[in-house]
Design a protein. Structure first.
Length: 490
């Protein structure tokens, strides 16, 4: 019944859709997917909390922080600071840029697919892009990876435009290409892995020497603009020390994606020297994945979100496969091709509905900083003190300072903005112990048991030891990945 309902809705929309530009359909589709459940039931998890709390600082404070930590995300933080200043902090301001960026990426997939393989390849690829699980996750994420996907789409579309023209393309196209690569690199310099992917496309299509020269010039200029960020961020390499080394289990996902991409490329009947969906999509999917795996053999860096933009290549290949299926329909059934696309889309929507719902639930992320803040507001009393263990859980107070009004952060020696850090600088263990013993009630914000790790630093060990010996628990609230424990002095 659900499939029939989706089919009926799609069929009713066909007449309207035919009057619109093809790219507008995936754009509206992706926007609708992004706006659906955008607040995730008013939850924010720890990665987004970093964006939120930094974006609320002044530009000078952000600049000061970037000298100490997170310079790799500095361009994104400054962008979000501007948006927070204009529209105020909130889940909509936090996530809407990602929704808009993914819509731009879907438009690029649609235009590229249509140019290289026809209407159905463009439409199928554009619609498939928004449904991909990885895309749906980052579609509503207050982090820079959706913006990188949009930049990757714009740069790839510019490259395809150049390859379809003679004499190496116009200067405006190369300026757009280089500008998009530069912005992607400033958002996360690992996105420069798109450059060798485009090189593979040039080699596949046997691009003329003039095109190679202009591509190299645009790429070098863009990379040179990102180079200072790369060099400076190496001083902060400890930030990625938590990424685990490669294991065979971690390689299953990339292997599945590359297999699907390879099958899609075969359906497109790729030929060397010809600009095709396979020549663009397969390198875009494969080269960044393989490149990041190679880098991770030197230093663990493999996180799928760093090469999220490769999903554009997968969507292009899916669109090409759908186009091939449409072309296989016998000519004596002229309307069957339209119905085939509708059926595929309807089945995909229904099949992916459980994961679509899951991506929009609080359980899709490891924790929720806002729910804990609500618990604090409800349980705090005048004169209470607050502790955070580990200190990174201070993000709850930084995102929702009003809920912590009246509480004294007795471990904090220097605030995050003044210290140029994400979590502030805490006092030495002896001072923390003395401050705790002077309190009647202490609220401890920490991780829930399923998420918590044993205390790693001396400060957290002192907090745990003093609370255990001199205090008793009077309230214990656990809310999705976080825990608030209220202690009273024995």
């Amino acid at each position: 019944m659900a499939v029939l309902a989706v089919l009926a809705a799609c069929s009713a929309a066909v007449a309207v859709v035919r009057r619109l530009p093809l790219w507008s359909v995936p754009m509206v589709w992706t926007l609708a997917l992004g706006l659906w459940g955008l607040s995730r039931q008013n939850t924010v998890w720890r990665d987004e909390a970093a964006t939120w709390q930094v974006a609320r600082r002044s530009a000078a404070d952000i600049w000061h922080m970037l000298g100490q930590v997170d310079v790799v995300h500095g361009f994104y933080y400054l962008l979000m600071h501007g948006l927070f200043e204009c529209f105020g902090p909130g889940t909509t301001t936090l996530r809407l840029p990602s929704v808009l960026a993914m819509a731009v990426a879907a438009v690029c997939v649609t235009v590229i697919g249509r140019r290289l393989a026809g209407v159905w390849a463009g439409l199928g690829g554009g619609l498939a892009f928004g449904l991909l699980p990885a895309v749906q996750f980052h579609l509503q994420e207050g982090r820079p990876y959706a913006l990188i996907a949009a930049g990757a789409g714009i740069s790839t579309l510019s490259l395809v435009t150049v390859l379809q023209r003679e004499r190496g393309g116009r200067g405006a196209h190369w300026a757009a290409y280089g500008g998009a690569i530069l912005v992607c690199g400033l958002l996360n310099w690992l996105s420069l892995l798109i450059v060798p992917a485009h090189a593979a496309t040039l080699a596949w299509t046997r691009a003329p020497r003039a095109t190679w020269a202009r591509w190299a010039a645009a790429s070098v200029v863009a990379a040179a603009g990102v180079l200072p960020l790369i060099l400076f961020s190496r001083r902060q390499s400890g930030q990625v020390s938590w990424i685990p080394p490669l294991t065979w289990h971690m390689m299953i996902g990339p292997a599945v994606l590359l297999t699907i991409g390879g099958l899609g490329a075969l359906l497109n009947r790729p030929r060397a020297g010809r600009l095709s969906v396979a020549a663009v999509g397969l390198p875009l999917l494969a080269v960044p994945q393989i490149g990041l795996l190679g880098l991770s053999l030197i230093r663990p860096l493999f996180l799928e979100r760093y090469v999220l933009f490769g999903m554009l290549g997968l969507a292009l290949l899916i669109g090409a496969a759908l186009s091939a299926a449409v072309q296989a329909v016998p000519p004596r059934f002229p309307k069957a091709s339209s119905w085939l696309v509708l059926v595929v889309v309807a089945v995909a929507v229904v099949a992916l509905l459980p994961q679509s719902l899951a991506k929009r639930s609080p359980a899709s992320r490891i924790d929720d900083v806002l729910a804990t803040a609500v618990d604090v507001r409800r349980l705090k009393q005048p004169g209470d003190a607050v502790l955070f263990a580990p200190s990174a859980r201070r993000d709850t107070a930084l995102v929702s300072p009003d809920d912590f009004a009246g509480l004294r952060d007795i471990a904090l020696a220097q605030g995050p903005a003044m210290s140029g850090t994400l979590k502030g600088v805490e006092a030495d263990p002896a001072r923390i112990r003395a401050a705790m013993l002077a309190q009647r009630r202490i609220l401890l914000v920490t991780d829930a048991p399923g998420v918590a790790r044993p205390p790693a630093g001396g400060r957290d060990k002192v907090k745990a030891a003093v609370l255990k010996k001199y205090f008793t628990v009077v309230a214990d609230e656990r809310t999705h990945g976080r825990r608030l424990i209220v202690y009273e002095r024995l």
